[in-house]
Design a protein around this ligand. Structure first.
Ligand code: AMP
Ligand code: MG
Length: 469
C-alpha cells in the first residue's frame, strides 16, 4: 500500500495516535478485490492479521480522529473515533483514500463503549455501502470484513468483526464543530486548508469551501431521495465534507413508499424521516457555516453571506431532484408541469403504499397500475403521463432506456440484509455473498435474482433498524 498520511501531519491535538487492539483469532469473511485493485493494493497484503488490526501494513500511521457533533439536534462536545482507527491514506489511480478499521478496539474517544463492532452491522455496512456505490451514489466503500474470534456483548453475545472502510476522507461537519467549540482557530484553519486541498481544490477560502459542500450535499441527498434511501442518523458527525454517504447504521431503503417513513429505533420523533432529509442536510450545513465563522474577518457580513450560501442548498437540490425524478418517469427534457406530474405519482404511491423500487421499475414495463391499488388513482394519472411522454423527443424505447437507467431492479432490501446477517451468524456467508453479487449490477434484470426483487412477506418485514453500536 502506498501510504501518504496527510491527516497525521496536521497538528497533533486533532487526533490521537494509537494502534488497533489485537484480537484473538482473525478470519477473513470478505475482501473487495475490485476496490483493492482501484486502490492499487495487492489483495495478498490484505491478510486476516492486517484486516483485524493485529498487524500494521508498512507505512501506516494509525490514529483516532477527534470530532464532536449534534446528535438528534443535541450538542455533544466530544465524540471522535471511539471504535475506529485510521490506518492512513493510500494514493491510487482515483486519488487519495482513507483506510480505516472500524470495530478495532477502544480509543480515548470511546466513552462508555467497548470499541468493538459485531458481525451484523459490519455485514450490513458492507452490503449497503457497496450497493450505494453500484447505484452511482457517492459513498464510503467497504474493502473487507474480518471476524475477530471474540464475542461482543450487546443485548446478547455476538461474534466480533472489523470492517475496513475506505473513504475519500472521514472529515465531518462535527470535526469542524469540535475545534470551533474549543475556540481553536488555528486547528480550524488547518482543517479548512486540508479539506480545500483534498476535496475542493478550486475553493478560495472557507466560504467558498462551504459553497462546495452545500452543492455536494444537495446532490447527494437528492440521490438518496430518488432511491428511497433513508439514512436514519443524519447527525452532524455523520455528514461528510466530501459529500459521500457515511455511517450505515440504522439506514434502510424503503419498501412501501410513504414520505414519513422512519426505520431507526432511536428516531422517536421522526427527525430523520425520508421527507425531512433535505431540511436536515441544510440544518447540518448551517452548523458547518457556524463553525467556520471564526475564520472570517467581518463577522456580521460573514453571517449574512453564509446564511445565503446555506439557503442556496434548495436550488441545486431541487434541480437534481427534478432531473432524477424526471428520468424515473422517462423524461429527459424539462417542462413546467413536470413537478406536478411527479408529485402526483408519488402522492398516489403514498396512498397505496406502493413499493418504491418496483413501482418505478414497472413504469418501464407498463404494468405499474398493479402497484397503485388506490381505486381510480392510476387511471387519473396515466393520461397526463402519456400525454407528456408524447411531447418528449425520441421513441418509446428511448424513454424506457431513460427509465431503466434511473430505476434499479435491485436494492438491498432490509429483509434480505437481515437474512444474510442471520445466516452469517450461523457461519453461512453464502446469502451475504450472493446479495453482494446481485447488487453489483442493480439495473440488470437478472432472472437468477428475481427473489431479491420481492418486497418482504409480512413475517419477513423489518420495521426497526439499529445503530449497531
Ligand atoms: P455512530 O452512532 O456510529 O455515529 O457513533 C457515534 C459515536 O459513538 C462515535 O463517536 C462513535 O465512535 C461512538 N461509538 C459508537 N459505538 C461505539 C462502541 N462500540 N465503542 C466505542 N465508541 C462507540
Ligand atoms: Mg457515526
Amino acid at each position: 500500500m502506498r501510504f501518504d498520511n496527510s491527516y497525521a501531519r496536521l497538528p497533533a491535538r486533532m487526533y490521537t495516535r494509537l494502534n488497533p487492539e489485537p484480537v484473538s483469532d482473525p478470519q477473513i469473511i470478505a475482501v473487495n478485490a475490485p476496490l483493492a485493485a482501484e486502490l492499487g493494493i495487492d489483495p495478498a497484503q490484505l491478510t486476516a492479521e492486517v484486516l483485524a488490526g493485529n498487524a500494521l501494513p508498512e507505512g501506516a500511521e494509525p490514529l483516532a480522529q477527534a470530532y464532536a457533533g449534534h446528535q438528534f439536534g443535541g450538542w455533544v462536545p466530544q465524540l471522535g473515533d471511539g471504535r475506529a482507527i485510521l490506518l492512513g491514506e493510500v494514493v491510487g489511480e482515483h486519488g487519495r483514500r482513507d483506510i480505516q478499521l472500524k470495530g478495532s478496539g477502544r480509543t480515548p474517544y470511546s466513552r462508555q463503549g467497548d470499541g468493538r463492532a459485531w458481525l451484523g452491522p459490519v455485514l450490513r455496512e458492507y452490503i449497503l455501502s457497496e450497493a450505494m456505490h453500484a447505484l452511482g451514489v457517492p459513498t464510503t466503500r467497504a474493502l473487507a470484513v474480518a471476524t475477530t474470534g471474540e464475542r461482543v456483548q450487546r443485548e446478547q453475545g455476538f461474534p466480533g468483526a472489523v470492517l475496513t472502510r475506505v473513504a475519500s476522507s472521514h472529515i465531518r461537519v462535527g470535526t469542524f464543530q469540535y475545534f470551533a467549540a474549543r475556540s481553536d482557530t488555528e486547528a480550524l484553519q488547518a482543517l479548512t486548508d486540508h479539506v480545500i486541498a483534498r476535496h475542493y481544490p478550486n475553493a478560495d477560502g472557507p466560504m467558498d469551501m462551504l459553497r462546495g459542500v452545500v452543492q455536494a450535499q444537495a446532490r447527494l441527498v437528492a440521490q438518496w431521495m430518488s432511491l428511497g434511501f433513508i439514512h436514519g442518523v443524519m447527525n452532524t458527525d455523520n455528514t461528510a465534507l466530501s459529500g459521500e454517504t457515511i455511517d450505515y447504521g440504522p439506514c434502510a431503503f424503503m419498501d412501501g413508499y410513504h414520505p414519513s417513513t422512519v426505520f431507526s429505533s432511536i428516531d422517536q420523533y421522526g427527525r430523520y424521516a425520508y421527507q425531512n432529509q433535505p431540511n436536515i442536510a441544510a440544518w447540518n450545513l448551517a452548523q458547518l457555516a457556524t463553525a467556520l465563522l471564526p475564520l472570517m474577518a467581518d463577522r456580521e457580513a460573514a453571517i449574512e453571506e453564509a446564511t445565503e450560501v446555506v439557503n442556496g442548498f434548495v436550488e441545486p437540490f431541487q434541480a437534481e431532484w427534478m432531473r432524477l425524478f424526471r428520468a424515473k418517469i422517462g423524461l429527459a427534457r424539462e417542462e413546467e408541469g413536470d413537478e406536478t406530474l411527479i408529485t402526483g405519482l408519488l402522492g398516489r404511491m403514498a396512498t397505496s403504499n406502493s413499493d418504491f423500487t418496483n413501482t418505478f421499475r414497472a413504469l418501464t414495463r407498463e404494468d405499474a397500475s398493479a402497484h397503485i391499488t388506490d381505486p381510480g388513482a392510476w387511471d387519473s394519472w396515466l393520461p397526463d403521463w402519456q400525454a407528456r411522454l408524447a411531447r418528449e423527443p425520441g421513441e418509446a424505447v428511448d424513454h424506457q432506456a431513460t427509465m431503466r437507467a434511473a430505476n434499479p431492479v435491485l436494492i438491498p432490501r432490509n429483509h434480505r440484509v437481515e437474512q444474510a446477517i442471520q445466516a452469517g451468524l450461523t457461519g453461512d456467508f453464502a446469502p451475504f455473498h450472493r446479495l453482494n453479487a446481485a447488487l453489483a449490477a442493480p439495473h440488470v434484470d437478472n432472472p437468477d435474482y428475481t427473489d431479491l426483487t420481492h418486497p418482504p412477506e409480512d413475517h419477513e418485514r423489518v420495521t426497526r433498524t439499529f445503530c449497531g453500536t
